[in-house]
Design a protein around this ligand. Structure first.
Ligand SMILES: [Zn+2]
Ligand SMILES: [Zn+2]
Length: 166
């Protein structure tokens, strides 16, 4: 299904015909969103199948406030890093720095070829409030396609520090 040339295509692009009841444009091949709120809705829908998301937090550059990033991911290892489209500042998502040296990351690319995204990080929580799963979603700023580019399990405690590492 994912046969376009790119480095790291989305691991999940929901087919456009799936129903979600929202305002997301489902007329094309993939879900498209106008803004971050649509990415939130997409992540809720995506995570509802396994680990329903609790908080979904938007990535914002701590240096310049930009919300547009290049995304470098390794979905096998389970890690992601973002690079600000405004000032080039980089930040790891969640605990990605701990496995980064063992990973083989590639730059995320939208089906349209776009490599700039709004990024949202969904945290699925256990009953005790600790994080059990991180899902990294992105909305292509060129065409609006919504996708999940990496997700991984968290199997330790405490996890509060992860919730601000987006
Ligand atoms: Zn920046
Ligand atoms: Zn795109």
């Amino acid at each position: 299904m994912l046969d376009w040339p790119s480095f790291e295509v989305a691991k999940a692009l929901l087919p456009a015909h799936e129903e979600n009841g929202g305002v997301i444009d489902k007329s094309g091949q993939w879900w498209k969103g106008q803004g971050f709120e649509d990415l939130v809705e997409y992540l809720r829908q995506y995570t509802s199948r396994n680990y329903p998301a609790g908080p979904i937090v938007q990535s914002l550059c701590a240096e310049c406030g930009s919300a547009t990033f290049a995304l470098v991911v390794d979905d096998d290892e389970g890690c992601a890093k973002r690079q600000c489209g405004g000032c080039d500042a980089e930040a790891f998502i969640g605990d990605s720095d701990e496995v980064w040296d063992d990973a083989d990351p590639g730059e995320a690319a939208c089906p349209c070829g776009g490599e700039r995204f709004e990024v949202g990080v969904a945290f699925s929580l256990r009953d005790d409030g600790s994080v059990c799963w991180i899902t990294v979603g992105a909305r292509c700023v060129a065409c609006g396609v919504l996708g999940v580019y990496a997700d991984w399990k968290i199997d330790y405690d405490p996890t509060d520090h992860l919730l601000t590492a987006v």
